[in-house]
Design a protein around this ligand. Structure first.
Ligand SMILES: Cc1cc2nc3c(=O)[nH]c(=O)nc-3n(C[C@H](O)[C@H](O)[C@H](O)COP(=O)(O)OP(=O)(O)OC[C@H]3O[C@@H](n4cnc5c(N)ncnc54)[C@H](O)[C@@H]3O)c2cc1C
Ligand code: SF4
Length: 509
């Protein structure tokens, strides 16, 4: 029996299970550009252009490989812009009554499809997405009965299962984790290789024009556009990382430099998350580089930990805890987003740099997302719903399954400690040590109060004071609360007054 094979915008892999289960001769592959997907948050223009272009290139590649593809463009006259009605229209067009698809990456889409199964007069096969090292069920099994879910233990389990960086049942180097070697401050004498860039071809140019007109009110700079949009280009990006940047990835993983948004990171998240690259390709390429002697262990382990550890862990956690996870707000934070999240107009130079790079590239590296923008959001008590929407909109690699646990769990501690054992809160000293931002800032990380005092400094202590009831009992914060206890009442009062004035000044009216 012939079927409609539904491929979503983040399932652009030839070996996606729905395609593996299909039949080139009889089945029709459906790909559709939908406003429902492109507009449920105001996605960065580059993100929409990247995904539409990658979808169109994938459709071409499928046709070349012999598949019959039904591709719905955004501006096609009859496009209804919803998954459900586009699937129904396609079934009617091709006189089919069966859909084969792959488990979607986001809860909202799964709900939609599950609803079809219950209500519709066509049959729906949802196949497990096997592009991850761990299945959703395997994660749930691992999590069962554990008091705490910590990435490190899940990661070790996957290292054992996959035999990656292992020797005789033990981790190579007799250490699981080289995190402590991943914290060198930025060093101007170590040049950062330019990232791989691609000139837009005819398909990408057409898509960019479409985005310019149809999504003119969305956030972000569309040009210059230089993303990879095919599998071959994405592989080139990976290979360039392995040969030119992996060697320094480990040492400078946390470092931030003005004018160097990409540092020694891989910039493959965009491609991993939409299917142009697979996690096994990335992990195996780094593993091989280590065994060839091309990169040191702390770099290779650091990189592999991000993919085999964090990426798999947050996906498992997302599916384990949804939909409740999206509503969590342990610290009861409710401040709306300051305007500078969108327009970059702030005198805090670290934020200004990270916001400006985000707007320009639809990219910021992990420490900028975590310790600058995220840390600020935590200390300022910004609403988790607003912060989640922002992160989901602005990064070209953002999908709820990976964005939500990072924001709600890692950055905002809104899950009360399901993902992290303590909030990643830090004052100005961290940013001063790990970046060159403070040297060109109107504020000073050394001044604790007064007009030039860095807001991170006083907001940090104010946050701990405000959240004392919820956080004092956390064993990892005991020492910090003992320092707060030693602070004079007068100083605490000064911090509280200055924090309140600052927070009032950034709150939109
Ligand atoms: C607040 C916040 C929001 C984030 N939102 C997203 C998001 O929407 N999409 C996304 O893919 N990543 C997200 N991350 C994780 C991480 O910041 C990005 O994966 C990374 O910056 C992408 O750049 P890169 O490809 O150069 O990564 P590299 O630093 O080179 O790392 C290699 C790969 O490891 C994976 N990885 C690294 N850290 C994480 C992590 N914490 N969680 C999951 N995977 C990880 C990614 O696939 C990444 O491409 C977020 C992190 C934070 C703190
Ligand atoms: S002084 Fe404070 S606000 Fe300015 S760059 Fe440094 S940490 Fe950021």
């Amino acid at each position: 029996m012939s079927a409609l094979i539904l491929v979503m915008g983040d399932q652009l892999s030839f070996d996606i299970p729905a395609l593996k289960a299909g039949n080139k001769q009889n089945d029709i592959v459906l790909l559709a550009e939908l406003r429902e997907e492109a507009g449920y948050v105001r996605h960065h223009k580059k993100k929409i252009a990247f995904l539409f272009s990658a979808m169109r290139h994938f459709a071409e590649a499928l046709r070349t490989a012999g598949w019959q593809v039904d591709y719905i463009k955004l501006t096609d006259k009859d496009n209804t812009h919803s998954f459900t009605s586009e699937a129904e229209r396609a079934l009617r067009r091709h006189q089919l009554d069966k859909i084969i698809t792959t488990h979607p990456s986001e809860y909202r889409v799964l709900q939609n499809i599950t609803h079809w199964r219950e209500q519709a007069d066509f049959s729906v096969d949802i196949l497990e997405d096997d592009r991850f090292y761990s299945s959703i069920d395997a994660f749930a099994e691992w999590a069962e009965g554990r008091k705490q879910l910590r990435m490190e233990f899940f990661y070790r389990e996957l290292r054992r299962q996959t035999d990656i960086l292992m020797q005789g049942g033990a981790p190579i180097g007799r250490q699981w984790n080289y995190d402590s070697d991943n914290r060198k401050p930025p060093d101007k004498s170590v040049p950062v290789p330019a990232p791989t860039r691609f000139a837009p071809d005819a398909i990408t140019k057409e898509v960019c024009q479409l985005v310019e007109t149809e999504f003119a009110d969305h956030y972000g700079d569309l040009y210059p556009f230089s993303f990879a949009t095919t599998h071959a280009q994405a592989e080139e990006v990976l290979q360039q990382f392995i040969t030119e940047r992996l060697v320094n990835f480990g040492s400078y993983q946390d470092a931030m430099r003005t004018g160097e948004p990409f540092m020694f990171h891989s910039h493959i998240g965009f491609y991993l998350n939409c299917g142009l690259l697979s996690p096994t390709q990335a992990v195996e390429a780094a593993h091989t580089a280590y065994h060839r002697g091309d990169a040191p262990l702390h770099s290779v382990e650091g990189f592999i930990r991000q993919i085999l550890g964090w990426r798999e862990f947050v996906r498992g956690l997302y599916w384990l805890k949804m939909p409740a996870y999206r509503e969590m707000n342990f610290l009861e934070a409710d401040r709306p987003l300051p305007d500078f999240f969108w327009d970059c107009q702030t005198e805090m130079n670290c934020l200004h740099q990270c916001f400006s790079e985000t707007r320009k590239y639809a990219y910021a590296h992990h420490i900028q997302r975590l310790m600058v923008i995220g840390n600020f959001s935590l200390l300022a008590g910004l609403s988790p719903a607003a912060v989640n929407d922002w992160y989901l909109s602005v990064y070209a690699d953002a999908y709820e399954w990976v964005e939500l646990p990072n924001v709600t769990g890692m950055v905002l501690f809104a899950d009360g400690g399901i993902l992290a054992s303590k909030p990643y809160a830090a004052g100005s000293a961290y940013i001063d040590r790990m970046s060159d931002y403070c040297a060109n800032c109107r504020y000073s990380p050394k001044e604790k109060t007064g007009d030039r005092a860095c807001p991170f400094g006083y907001l940090y202590w104010d946050f701990l004071g405000r959240q004392e009831e919820k956080l004092r009992g956390n064993p990892r914060l005991g020492m910090i609360y003992r320092s707060l206890d030693k602070m004079s009442a007068e100083k605490k009062q000064q911090i509280s007054v200055q924090s309140q004035a600052f927070l009032d000044s950034i709150t939109p009216s």
